[in-house]
Design a protein around this ligand. Structure first.
Ligand SMILES: C[S@@+](CC[C@H](N)C(=O)[O-])C[C@H]1O[C@@H](n2cnc3c(N)ncnc32)[C@H](O)[C@@H]1O
Length: 334
């Protein structure tokens, strides 16, 4: 089996369902905030991260911490040290062993490098869009910590973090303990299961103060692979709340269309193709609206999504893809 079964994914939505092992280390971190412990084991005890079994979040936090420690770091994440818990390092090492499944033989660092590049790519998209948008909606936000590190959040009127209730509850307990000041102080957690058949972003976001008439940026990082057949509904729901000219949608997805090994039912469930994403987004364009989507696709290893972190032995990898969709005025569409 390539990565995990659908059943496991449903039980544990944040993880590629790797076996959990012990781990943890103690090194120095380039964090400016004294409230963040330098020892993940201590931090883990303080914050009870083990009670909150979010393996993927811990693995990604470990990988962001590694990047933070590099002299040429693409970003510095002051929360990554703490959020990796005891398991982050071991999970990341284990995941690296799967490199051949991603057609990246003998490159066990691939996911660490991808985490660094994808984090910076989204940072750059937010920085570029921020002057033109008023609200940011983070879809499947998990423990995203950009509001503590990106100055461009200062100009936003409101941030909406959308995730499962259980994640939002844990976050409400854990993040305040980090003692960091957010750049945008108006942050609202919205609890929503994107697979819910009745509730949608359009029914839930306005209840929490989201203004449908204001240009907004929507981020979906490391989310859509967990939605399976619900991916199309999700993309349609995003289109409904991102109708304003000037809105931007940044979606990270796995495109496995060219990979035989990813043609199993399990793997197909987690992947999309560029043409499926294109059809799903453009299929929701409304003839009566003056705003239409303009789409740009990116693959890890291409110039705009490389950041010096891709191993040039390989061609750019569609398994690590992004679409950046911008709502432009119909008349300016080419
Ligand atoms: C791998 S984490 C990514 C977190 C964050 N975006 C990041 O990159 O650091 C995936 C997130 O998607 C959320 N998620 C998965 N399935 C979901 C669903 N059906 N509805 C709402 N959130 C979901 C999980 O709870 C989790 O927080």
């Amino acid at each position: 089996m390539l990565l995990s079964s659908r059943a496991s994914l449903q039980g544990q939505p944040h993880s590629f369902c790797m076996a959990s092992t012990g781990g943890g280390h103690s090194t120095t971190v380039a964090s400016s905030d004294a409230a963040v412990s330098n020892n993940p084991a201590e931090a883990d005890d303080d914050l009870d991260l083990n009670g909150f079994t979010n393996d993927s979040a811990m693995m990604i936090a470990y990988e962001r911490d590694l990047e933070t420690q590099r002299p040429d770091a693409l970003f510095r994440d002051p929360c990554a040290r703490v959020l990796q818990g005891r398991k982050g390092e071991a999970l990341s090492t284990q995941f690296g062993q799967l490199c051949s499944h991603f057609n990246l033989e003998a490159w066990p660092e691939f996911h660490k490098m991808w985490t660094a590049a994808r984090t910076r790519f989204i940072d750059d998209q937010i920085d570029a869009a921020a002057p033109g948008v008023r609200q940011l909606v983070n879809l499947g936000a998990g423990f995203d910590t950009r509001n503590y590190r990106l100055q461009s959040y200062k100009g936003l009127e409101a941030v909406f973090d959308v995730d499962m209730q259980v994640i939002n509850d844990s976050k409400a307990t854990i993040l305040p303990k980090l003692g960091l000041e957010p750049f945008c102080s108006k942050v609202t957690s919205v609890s929503l299961d994107f697979l819910d058949q009745e509730k949608t972003l359009k029914t839930e976001l306005p209840k929490h103060g989201f203004d449908l008439q204001k240009p907004s940026i929507f981020i979906a990082e490391g989310l859509i692979q967990y939605l399976g057949a619900g991916a199309n509904k999700f993309l349609g729901d995003v289109c409904e709340v991102a109708r304003c000219v000037g809105s931007v949608f940044v979606l990270n997805f796995l495109d496995a269309s060219a990979l035989e090994a990813w043609s199993t039912e399990d793997a197909k469930h987690m992947t999309l193709t560029e043409s499926r994403v294109r059809a799903a987004l453009l299929g929701h364009d409304d003839d009566k609206s003056d705003a239409v989507w303009d789409l740009q696709f990116f693959k890890f290893g291409e110039e705009a999504l490389d950041y010096g972190r891709f191993d040039k032995r390989f061609p750019p990898s569609p398994l690590f893809s992004f679409v950046v969709a911008k709502r432009i005025r119909r008349s300016s569409a080419t």
